[in-house]
Design a protein around this ligand. Structure first.
Ligand code: FES
Length: 157
């Protein structure tokens, strides 16, 4: 269920668009609700968002499943979004993702045993010059190496 606090946050974004264009806030609404639900969305929540914004459920589903920002199954406290697009791939992202999977004993899309971390392969995050790179929360980590990955993991508590 979407909390009153989240509805207030959604309203903030809805007000940025002309009347009758509430659907323009759908990406922000999905982001807010996903955050409230520990990092993932459910069909129920998507239906609720659709009702709140006056949109067909399928339209909200389309947005929620098109963009990689949204998770449709539970995730760890931290989601490591690892780019595996061309620049990052040419600079070794596949090997680093394998390293990460080995180190965390998880496969991409799974949650580490302690529930702390999930790994997700994503398309270009727009930081190609810094590849290989990943995103955790709002932070980008660029020019990654196995040593840097060890440091990053060591700081996740
Ligand atoms: S290819 Fe990885 S950030 Fe663009």
């Amino acid at each position: 269920m979407i909390s009153d606090q989240s509805k207030k946050e959604i309203d903030f974004w809805v007000k940025k668009y002309p009347e009758g264009r509430e659907s323009s806030a759908v990406m922000q609404a999905l982001t807010i609700v996903q955050k409230e639900n520990n990092g993932s969305l459910t069909n129920e929540l998507i239906k609720e968002i659709a009702g709140y914004l006056g949109m067909p459920v399928i339209s909200v589903q389309e947005v929620a499943t098109f963009y990689e920002n949204y998770n449709h199954k539970p995730v760890g406290k931290y989601v490591i979004r690892f780019c595996h697009n061309i620049s990052c791939m040419l600079n070794g992202s596949d090997d680093l993702i394998s390293y990460l999977e080995e180190k965390l004993e998880v496969k991409t899309g799974e949650i580490s045993k302690n529930g702390l971390v999930s790994v997700k392969k994503v398309e270009c995050l727009g930081a190609c010059v810094g590849g290989p790179m990943c995103q955790i929360g709002d932070q980008y980590y660029e020019h990654l190496t196995t040593k840097k990955i060890d440091e990053i993991l060591g700081n996740l508590k």
